[in-house]
Design a protein. Structure first.
Length: 597
């Protein structure tokens, strides 16, 4: 990193390393870019049920400021996006408050929720930083999004490239804003249940995930009479009231197979990197004080227990179990994130509920608070390791990045509660428990699939419903079988050569991968949504895949040698999500002001 006093290209910028320099980065990252990403994450979780991390958006926009520093500005942009992504990730955790509302639990005062979520976030940051030398330095895991952000920050030193990226992103935000406003004001647009954020999310995940999601939605709708006939649903119930349990089981079944493979890969990587070169003395920017990190983690674990018992009034046993389980799940999820770019945080919540129920858990509120520890800790720790992988490629000091993340978590703890209350007051439908609604009562714009999963798992604590357990068992069997077949077929060398032979075999490979034998993870998306949501998700993914295919034909042109996260479709997709979120936020503020008036 450049030394203090280095002169920037633009006279109004403070020197790198000065107090004014860090103040500028903190204010922009935590108080400007962070809330922008936080609005997006909160809105996506309420409207769809998952959210896209804010690293790429914050990296691009943050580089607008640090461009004036030249190549040395990448470290400042990295610290800025670290803080911003922490705010955004924490803001998405507001679904825990929505789950409390659905369950009819009394909501604690906002300051108590902020303290508890903030303490859990600090604990997760400590655990994630402790595991960084394992998953980043020794295993050398890829962390695809971390690599993409590093490439973006390097490329942002090119003013021409920056201008083109920002134009596409702002264009997407404009379309998202217009679509979000039109869906509430124009009758025919509301009738087709347009969701520009869902369309934009589809553009980011691609057709190999979007198409299976639609297939699952159509299958669930087709099987609705069968579910009613066997007594798994009542007449008028939406199919996702039972299919979400099958989807959860599919995720768990596939994970049973994949986690073993991930651990074997981790062991192999550990052995292959246990060489004198890999074990050489760390560079100055890599060094951290392990004893201080351990003390930090223990301190915040104690704080979580203290706040959980004294402020949240929850039993210490299950809170302590959740903290201990976090030490395992954070490592497993970190390996998964590093290899596959997937951090299954909602699965961590459900696994915690299942295990605690087996240990005698009877109170849903205790399950929610303890499961929330897993949810927040795995989310924060995953972001920590993702950001450290970016810093590893850029040479950004880790201790400095850690401090920026902590500042982002402080703001994020406030944002998580503030945005949740803002959206739920402005849109009362978010307070309605969708798990007990009939099909014709289900909202079309606010499907809240993550909350749906959480509440469904929590209701199993107090209501003995054997058919729900059978649905999970069915899902586990399907997920395990599908993933085993996929690994056996798609990993074969002869298949790899066949699918690359010509255009026809590549098309056949897509049909096999997305329709005939889809990924259980991709297919499970559609079990949590209604058909309309899955359709818009699929439409966006197909548009993105077609756009990427056209871009590949131009790959010989240097102008198109960009990271995947900077492609036109991904920039537009991210902009659509942000624009739709801003539209919802604006309408919500107007609604709140009208209610106050």
């Amino acid at each position: 990193m450049s030394a203090p006093g280095d002169a920037p290209r633009w006279a109004w910028l403070p020197p790198i390393g000065s107090a004014r320099y860090h103040l500028m980065l903190v204010l922009l990252g935590a108080l400007v870019l962070g809330p922008l990403g936080g609005v997006t994450a909160s809105y996506m979780n309420f409207s769809i049920g998952f959210f896209v991390g804010g690293q790429v958006l914050a990296g691009i926009l943050g580089s607008v400021v640090t461009l004036g520093y030249g190549p040395a500005g990448r470290h400042g942009a990295n610290c800025m996006q670290t803080a911003a992504a922490s705010v955004a990730g924490m803001a998405g955790m507001g679904v825990l408050i929505q789950a409390m509302a659905w369950m009819g639990m009394p909501l604690p005062p906002a300051w108590q929720l902020m303290l508890f979520l903030g303490a859990v976030g600090m604990f997760g940051a400590g655990v994630g930083m402790l595991y960084t030398p394992i998953v980043v330095d020794r295993m050398r895991l890829t962390f695809p999004s971390g690599l993409a952000v590093a490439n973006i920050l390097r490329a942002m030193t090119d003013p021409r490239l920056l201008r083109r990226s920002v134009a596409r992103l702002v264009g997407g935000m404009g379309l998202g804003l217009a679509g979000g406003l039109a869906s509430t004001k124009v009758a025919w647009i509301a009738a087709i249940e347009l969701s520009t954020s869902t369309f934009g999310a589809g553009m980011l995940i691609g057709a190999r995930i979007g198409v299976p999601a639609l297939l699952a939605g159509l299958t669930g709708a087709a099987l609705l009479p069968t579910f009613v006939a066997v007594g798994w649903l009542e007449p008028g119930d939406p199919f996702r009231k039972i299919t979400f349990l099958i989807g959860l089981g599919m995720i768990l079944g596939a994970a049973l197979l994949d986690v073993g493979g991930l651990l074997l890969q981790a062991a192999a990587r550990w052995r292959s990197t246990s060489t004198p070169a890999a074990n050489a003395e760390l560079e100055p920017w890599q060094r951290t004080n392990t004893l201080r990190l351990m003390a930090w983690t223990v301190f915040w674990a104690v704080m979580v227990l203290w706040l959980g018992v004294t402020v949240m009034q929850q039993p210490i046993g299950f809170l302590a179990f959740a903290l201990a389980l976090s030490l395992v799940i954070v490592l497993v999820n970190g390996i998964s994130l590093g290899i596959s770019d997937t951090n299954p945080i909602s699965s961590a919540f459900v696994v915690a509920i299942v295990l605690m129920t087996a240990l005698g858990l009877k109170e849903p509120v205790a399950g929610l608070m303890a499961g929330g520890i897993l949810l927040v800790a795995t989310s924060v720790a995953g972001d920590m390791q993702q950001d450290r992988s970016t810093g590893w490629r850029l040479g950004t000091p880790r201790t400095l990045q850690f401090r920026y993340q902590v500042l982002g978590l402080l703001v994020g703890a406030i944002a998580s509660v503030a945005f949740a209350e803002l959206f739920m007051r402005a849109y009362p439908i978010l307070l309605a428990d969708q798990t007990v609604m009939k099909a014709d009562e289900q909202p079309t714009q606010w499907v809240s699939a993550m909350t749906y999963k959480f509440v469904g798992a929590l209701r199993g604590i107090t209501q003995d419903q054997p058919h729900q357990r059978w649905a999970i068992v069915l899902g586990v069997a399907l997920g395990l079988a599908m993933q085993a077949l996929r690994q056996r077929l798609f990993a074969r060398e002869v298949y790899q050569r066949w699918r690359e032979r010509d255009r026809a075999t590549r098309a056949a490979d897509f049909v096999l991968d997305a329709v005939v034998l889809p990924s259980p993870y991709a297919y499970s998306f559609g079990t949590f949504f209604g058909v309309a949501t899955s359709a818009w998700l699929c439409a966006g993914s197909v548009v993105a895949s077609l756009g990427q295919s056209l871009a590949l034909r131009r790959r010989g042109d240097e102008r198109y040698a960009l990271p995947a996260d900077m492609s036109t479709v991904s920039l537009l997709g991210g902009g659509l999500i942000a624009g739709d979120a801003l539209a919802a936020l604006g309408l919500g503020i107007v609604g709140l002001l009208a209610m106050v008036g």
